[in-house]
Design a protein around this ligand. Sequence first.
Ligand code: PRP
Length: 174
Amino acid sequence: MDQSEKRLIFTAEDIARQVQRLASQISVDYQGKEVVLIGVLKGAFIFLADLVRQLSIPAQLDFVRLASYGTATESSGKIRITTDVELDLKGRHVLIVEDIVDSGLTTVFLREHLLAKNPRSLKMCVLLDKRERRSVSIPLDYVGLHLDKGFVIGYGLDCNEAHRQLPGIYELIV
Ligand code: PRP
């Protein structure tokens, strides 16, 4: 893929500003508590790494890996867990960290899955809220950036596993 096939929509600086803002808000909201951040692999790995380093509260980390059946650019909505969390979440303050919420189906599935582990609280932090294909109503407690539409890559987001390492977020022009 060359430069003409992608268009920069959020620079690394745009993203860093939002990550700092979210981390400040989370640090205030969870003051006096310890939070367990659950990164949703693979896409959230960069966002989670940047976010956790800006927090001023105690934090523990864990990960889930989900798989949805579908094409490279469109999920089918059928989701399964391929790697579950390892920490015991019972009675813990849990914050899901996602790179993007699109249809919302992944979030609905994951919330149900994590609520069954009896956390004390469960909130959701997402870098990119893309509402074009949203088919369910979900509470997004912390949102970095909004996007109307488009298939995006970079800052953890991929197309067929490529381009996750781009420091900015680009719209893929097909
Ligand atoms: C992305 C993203 C979310 C999900 C959101 O993951 O990280 O988990 O899609 O889509 P939805 O709101 O329509 O359900 P993806 O399946 O691309 O896997 P990846 O993180 O490993 O790239």
